[in-house]
Design a protein around this ligand. Structure first.
Ligand code: DAH
Length: 513
């Protein structure tokens, strides 16, 4: 115990010590007196008291004192009588007054008549019968006698500085007046008092000196040699500190930036497509037949403005048409239908980032290593795992000798760098062969979830673009990765700007400041 006390004493701030000494010499000392005696300002006294209280050295007691006085209206009533009193005075003479003459007879404001009648009835001084007000027996009694509330009005008139406490005989009247608007002023004053707790008594028993202590070792202390003689206040490293929420990147942004860095480090260069794209690049260049299910309205946002997009180089368009219709010289028989230029011209919000790969192949010579991160759009209904817009990262590698093995290796490496272990499942896309889907195992769900598609572009895609080398490509979802990493059950959380969640995301989860 005494070791503890010594440690506590050594950690006391000089203000805390001063306060304790003051309390020792006068247990009833007020914060204001402490401020005056010690030269501390009242804020410092209160913060030292708060700190002592949190260590259970003293107890801080808070009292709120109310002082009552009359408002201007209240003073007017105290001097000239409450409106119901004015009516009673007239009734004392006339015994009854027709309602319509009330204001003029009693010399009260029209606005006041409602309130006055209410109180007349409440006090049982009068009753109203067929539009006429009559005095009651109780009313007669009060003609020459003040009501309890009127006594309080008188009392407050005499005590213009305000009254803190009413004697028992005035309490009922006071209650009545507080129920009326605009009669009483209530001023609230808060005062604090301090009481030593056993731990505080023990500290004073052990005793301490009040000496200026240094809280920081400064450059000057070192330079002037002062550090040798200065006494330093020990830190309580267990003291609670306020939590600070530093500004930081949004988790989705963090993952996107990490993905970009990984691909840049793997030697890929970055390309960017447009949100608005022609059906030609989004679908036709990927050998997706024009009646393909993915083009149907429920999947794709078709735009009214611009309604159409320009088609690229006509040789490429012609070759693409031929490939769709007959397979041209790709070794396939194509889809066997009449390809339409108009359908290819339709403008869409890109449904995936894969059109960037074909455009890039058309505009660049192999060897190519390209990636692109961006939003894609699909007509999905919102739910816990679907949004009508989300992000994909597209990747493309094209060169002599590129193989399906390279594709699997690249994907494995990429996910490993992001901290995920994946497996591959055979899949189908109209534009690739071989094709695969990457999946990740979710322990909590005991199931595999799909992360994205990939494959080797088919000759039907490459040939019209003028590419004779093999090309691997992949398009991977990003939101799912963020959901797994940040334990998000509902994808909408990523777009909700939930400030509490964002603040509390731990830095250990790759959150960067
Ligand atoms: N575009 C596909 C999707 O959105 C993913 C994809 C599959 C991209 C195969 C590719 C690929 O580049 O080769 O689901």
């Amino acid at each position: 115990m005494s070791e503890d006390i010594k440690k506590t004493i050594s950690e006391l701030h000089i203000y805390e010590k001063k306060l304790l000494k003051e309390l020792e010499s006068n247990p009833d000392v007020t914060p204001e007196q402490i401020a005056e005696n010690t030269g501390m300002n009242i804020k410092s006294v209160m913060s030292a008291a708060g700190s002592l209280a949190s260590k259970e050295i003293i107890e801080v007691d808070k009292k709120v004192q109310e002082t009552y006085s009359l408002t201007d209206d209240g003073m007017e009533y105290a001097e000239h009588g409450l409106p119901e009193r004015k009516i009673l005075e007239v009734l004392a003479d006339k015994k009854e007054i027709p309602m319509k003459d009330l204001a003029s007879e009693a010399g009260i404001d029209k606005k006041e008549t409602g309130i006055a009648l209410g109180w007349l009835r409440q006090k049982n001084w009068a009753q109203i019968d067929k539009g006429v007000i009559n005095i009651t027996d109780i009313g007669k009694e009060f003609v020459d006698k003040a009501g309890v509330d009127e006594k309080v009005l008188d009392y407050l008139k005499l005590n213009a500085d305000g009254v803190k406490l009413f004697t028992d005989d005035l309490r009922d009247g006071f209650k009545k007046l507080t129920g009326r608007k605009n009669i009483l002023n209530i001023k609230k004053e808060t005062s604090h008092s301090f009481k030593l707790l056993p731990k505080g008594e023990a500290i004073l028993k052990v005793g301490f000196e009040i000496k200026q202590q240094a809280t920081q070792l400064t450059h000057e202390h070192l330079k002037e040699g002062e550090w040798k003689s200065l006494e330093y206040r020990p830190y309580d490293i267990n003291a609670e500190a306020p939590v600070i929420f530093a500004g930081k990147k949004h988790p989705l942004r963090i993952i996107i930036d990490e993905i970009r860095e990984i691909f840049l480090n793997m030697g890929f260069s970055e390309d960017n497509g447009e949100f608005v794209e022609s059906a030609f690049w989004n679908f036709d260049s990927l050998f997706q037949p024009q009646d393909h299910a993915a083009r149907e309205m429920q999947d794709t946002f078709y735009l009214k403005n611009p309604l159409t997009c320009d088609l690229p180089d006509m040789d490429l368009v012609k070759l693409t048409a031929e490939t769709h219709e007959t397979g041209a010289d790709t070794g396939s028989i194509g889809w066997q239908y009449d390809w339409s230029e108009d359908i290819a011209r339709q403008s869409v919000l890109r449904t995936h980032t894969t059109g960037i790969s074909t455009k890039h192949l058309f505009e660049h010579e192999p060897p190519i290593k390209m990636f692109s991160v961006g939003r894609v759009f699909r007509r999905e209904t919102f739910d816990y795992k679907h949004l009508p817009e989300f992000h994909q990262v597209e990747g493309l590698v094209c060169d002599e000798g590129i193989s399906y093995q390279n594709l699997l290796g690249t994907l494995k490496e990429f996910y490993k760098k992001l901290g995920f272990e994946v497996r591959f499942r055979p899949a189908y896309f109209p534009y690739t062969y071989l094709s695969t889907e990457t999946e990740i195992y979710l322990e909590e769900k005991e199931s595999w979830i799909e992360l994205g598609g990939a494959g080797m572009f088919r000759p039907e895609v490459l040939k019209p673009l003028g590419i004779n080398q093999p090309a691997l490509a992949f398009g991977l979802g990003i939101e799912r990765l963020a959901m797994i990493r940040y334990d998000v059950e509902d994808i909408r959380m990523l777009y909700k700007s939930d400030i509490k969640w964002l603040r509390e995301l731990p830095i250990s989860k790759g959150v960067q400041l």
